[in-house]
Write a protein that binds this ligand. Structure first.
Ligand code: G1P
Length: 290
């Protein structure tokens, strides 16, 4: 089994649900407490052992590349001012030279197309895929939990959670087979089914481990739900050739692509900080009582 070394982050989306905030700032750079959303997802991948971070960007996303670059002037100024704590935090988040790659999805043709754009950089090895709209709170992180299963099963894994049965049209939905280690065999999947057509309410939460054979299927560029090239459709084809597993994620997920999920994430991550917990709790009590 080839080691999982690479992760793909599709960050080309327009962020229309967040306008006007995302008019000039990519949605992945909006901050949850004091870190941009994309940083949470990259940190989750690093914790899971990922060594190469591949970003599929688009127009107006150059600031993401800057965020992961070494900022010599800033580091030097912080050092001169003795701000050692923040400096070492920044350095700890810094990918090593050569650990990042950036490529562009030139047209918004869907998630399947975005992933396909990374094919040359991923090459012939397994890769993780993390959708930055979704950030998770768990110990260990979602991808690390999946890697623990992957080391036993190999092949392909998607993380799932339960959604409101009336909201299946927002997600990829999977069908569960028999249990295997900490996961289960995946026997089917469908992208964004109407509630009355959905086989279950187990939704794909935005974390995947995939084999490179997915690229030759994505190559066909067939359109699916919403007239987009859907990753789920290609995964369903891969399922006919290779084992596929589901992993029921243990933790909390926030959909930072929606304003409600974003506010929830800010509250939850602030409350998880020992230096902020009391202040935020007191403030929430105060305004809730008004
Ligand atoms: C994508 C996937 C879907 C998955 C979802 C998770 O949809 O196509 O299968 O459940 O992400 O966020 P999107 O949110 O891009 O419409």
């Amino acid at each position: 089994m080839k080691k999982l070394r690479k992760a793909v982050f599709p960050v080309a989306g327009l962020g229309t649900r967040f306008l006007p905030a995302t008019k000039a700032v990519p949605k992945e750079m909006l901050t949850v407490v004091d870190r941009p959303v994309i940083q949470y997802v990259v940190d989750e991948a690093r914790e899971a052992g990922i060594e190469h971070f591949i970003f599929v960007t688009g127009r107006n996303k150059a600031v993401i590349e800057d965020h992961f670059d070494l900022q010599f002037e800033l580091y030097d100024t912080l050092e001169q001012r003795g701000k050692n704590e923040v400096l070492s935090r920044l350095k700890g988040m810094q990918p090593a030279p050569g650990q990042t790659s950036f490529t562009r999805q030139q047209e918004p043709l869907g998630l399947g197309h975005a992933v396909w754009c990374a094919r040359e950089i991923v090459g012939d090895e397994p890769f993780a895929l993390l959708l930055p709209d979704m950030i998770m709170q768990s110990e260990p992180g979602c991808l690390k939990q999946m890697v623990d299963l992957y080391e036993k099963t190999g092949n392909n894994i998607v993380a799932v959670e339960e959604c409101d049965p009336l909201e299946t049209h927002k997600y990829g939905i999977v069908v569960k087979g028999k249990d295997v280690h900490s996961g289960f065999e995946l026997t089917g999947m469908v992208e964004k089914p109407k509630p009355e057509d959905a086989p279950t309410n187990l939704y794909i939460n935005g974390r995947y481990i995939l084999q490179p054979e997915i690229f030759s299927i994505l190559e066909n560029q067939e359109r699916g739900a919403g007239n987009e090239i859907q990753l789920t459709d290609s995964m369903l084809r891969l399922l006919e050739k290779q084992p596929f597993y589901g992993y029921h994620f243990k933790g909390r997920t926030f959909d930072c692509g929606s304003p409600e999920g974003f506010v929830e994430a800010n509250l939850a991550f602030a409350l998880a900080r020992p230096d902020m917990k009391k202040h935020v709790t007191d403030f929430m009590r105060e305004i809730a009582a008004e």
